[in-house]
Design a protein around this ligand. Sequence first.
Ligand code: C2E
Ligand code: MG
Ligand code: MG
Length: 741
Amino acid sequence: MPDSPLDCLSSLSPWLVGLETLLLLSILVSWVVLVRWRRQTLRLQAELARDRRQLQEAKRLACLGSWELDLLTGRLSWSDELYRIFEVDPASQIGSYTLFLERVHPEDRDKVDQAYRTSVDQRTPYRIEHRLLLPDGSIKLIIETGETFYADDGSPLRSIGTAQDVTETRQLASRMILMASAFEHSGEAIVITDTSNRVVMVNPAFVRLTGYEPADVLGQNPSMLSAGRTTPAEYECMWQAIREHGFWQGEVWDRRKDGGVYPKWLSVSVIRDENGEIRHHIGHFTDISAERAAEARLHHMAHHDVLTGLCNRFSLQDRLDQAMAQARREHEPLALMFIDLDRFKVINDTLGHHIGDELLIEVSQRLRQSVRESDVVARLGGDEFVILLSGIGQTGVLARLAEKLVQNVGEPYQLSGHALYTTPSIGIAIFPTDGATVDTLMKNADAAMYHAKTEGRNNFQFFDSKMNDLALERLQIEQSLRHGLAHNEFLLHYQPIIDMVSGRVRAFEALVRWQHPQRGLLAPGLFIGVAEETGLIQPLGDWVFWTACRQLAVFQAAGLDAIKMSINISAIQMRNGNLPILARGAIEAFTLNPSDLIFEITETVAMQNPEETVRLLNQLRDMGVTLALDDFGTGYSSLSYLRMFALDHLKLDRSFVEEIGKANDGEVICDATIGLARNLRLKVIAEGVETEAQLNYLQARGCEMAQGYLFSRPVPAEQAVVFARERNNKQVVDTLTQQEA
Ligand code: C2E
Ligand code: MG
Ligand code: MG
């Protein structure tokens, strides 16, 4: 036992030492624990801060803000992101429900308020989408969620919620929808391929255009569409452009699933990723067959005559240039035929343009069929055609071809129920002899054609340098004809028609003359054709008719009472419907006997439209006038029509009378005509009787009447009266003498 406290202490000291150590140890442990706890706390705080930062970052990235509304105090606290979304400065304003509602688009405000209140009342979370209207007028789209917590007694304590700005997402989505819809509804076919140029997507227009379903082409190379017309070199060019410029466009030919080949206008663009690597190719294309067809049509229209489909003037010029260049190189001649239809204007003016058009189409077909495929047939306009012939050899070949054309074109036409006739006048010029340039050759072929016209039409003529003078003359006539009409430069000569039996003058044929101020007295052959073509025949013909009728009245008043007047009727007068009116007017004005008027209609004019001729002749016959078919034998009368024409006389053309006594077949035709006329109960007037032999021959064949230089040339009226008086008196005397003898 210890004696003293010290002893006691000293006895206790081992214990004390132990206690101290224990204390120190426990302090040490506590400190260590404290340090660890502190460290852990700091770490946790750091983690918390990091999480909060991350949460804020995430919220910022997600445009997600949060709020909390203390329903007891009415205080609304907003997260930073919410301030950003609402574009409110957190320093200047504190969030409140009112502030929140103020930012909501006025049109959505009630809806939002309602949703929140209902959620609180019904204790259900809410989710609503609405708009914000910001002070600068911009609009944001928000998805708002919220939930409310309640006290045990059920009273609401606080609401919490989020607001997410989905404006950009929505805009992106609607842009995507728009783009997808553009892809779907595009009129252009779109095909998207991957890096190895395999199809990954096609749109409905692609399906429509190519006929291939997506399943047919997905995973395939678009070259499967090719029609095989684009060469590998062309494709290489295309790919090079795509590689270098990221874009190419051009025309390629593809084949549809049904095998149809079509041209398409293709654009190919490249889509690269952020590293510049090609990710996709986008090809879009349209079918351009319609455009190509329209272009071809335009080209055809520019080079062809719309009515007949033949080459037009423009393309003839082109072809002529080429042909001339080749002919020069190969030292080969070329021939140019200028073809004009005789009296086409008359048909056109009298039967109407649609018949005229039909006739032109038919003529163009006959021309085309008459020459080789390689020859160029062109229509210059109106009734003018040109044929360009190469490899022609000798002129004999040309003449035979021209003859064939005259024959083919001259065959009757059946158009819209009309039997029509037209004939061609053809002028031929040869390169290089008749012209070394396009213009000269054309001009000279034209001159040759006019020569063919003056040679009685319905024939062909080779160019001769003298013809240019004739062409010039014709042009001058055309110009001065109008002036001549206005200045009374025309006059009539009268040629007697003799009765073969009595020898007396039975009639006079009125034949027009032009007293040209510079060129003297001109015969009708020089101007009637021009007058017909220009339409001036109408006033001229009316003047002739009226003057001849007045003269007949004068002749009869002068004692030639049994005399008739024969008047030549032009094609235009025949067709315009005025003739009966004109005749009736003159008959009444000069108190004439209608049968004293003989209307001479040339055979070719009568046959141009025989049905119409039948109608008109019947009408004239009903009026009582006498009707004669002039120049018989020169046209192509069909017997059946001849029988239907209400005629009184046939005038046998001079060209046959001329042949009487010669070895040709003129006599045969004269005999046949006289026989035919007798069968048809018509009287024959022989034209151009110049010799006694002709007269005797005709008389022996029973020809009733004759006219010709043997009796008298056409003479002015005064001489005609004297001639008739003398002739008729002489005949009276002769008859009396014969009777006495
Ligand atoms: P056409 O009606 O056959 O007239 C007869 C033509 O023969 C007249 O020529 C006349 O002078 C000519 N002739 C008469 N006898 C002989 C003869 O013995 N020998 C020769 N070589 N010729 C003879 P012209 O006067 O030059 O008239 C030519 C044509 O012009 C006429 O042929 C007629 O078709 C037309 N023509 C004349 N006057 C008129 C007219 O007023 N109106 C119309 N539309 N045509 C007319
Ligand atoms: Mg006549
Ligand atoms: Mg005649």
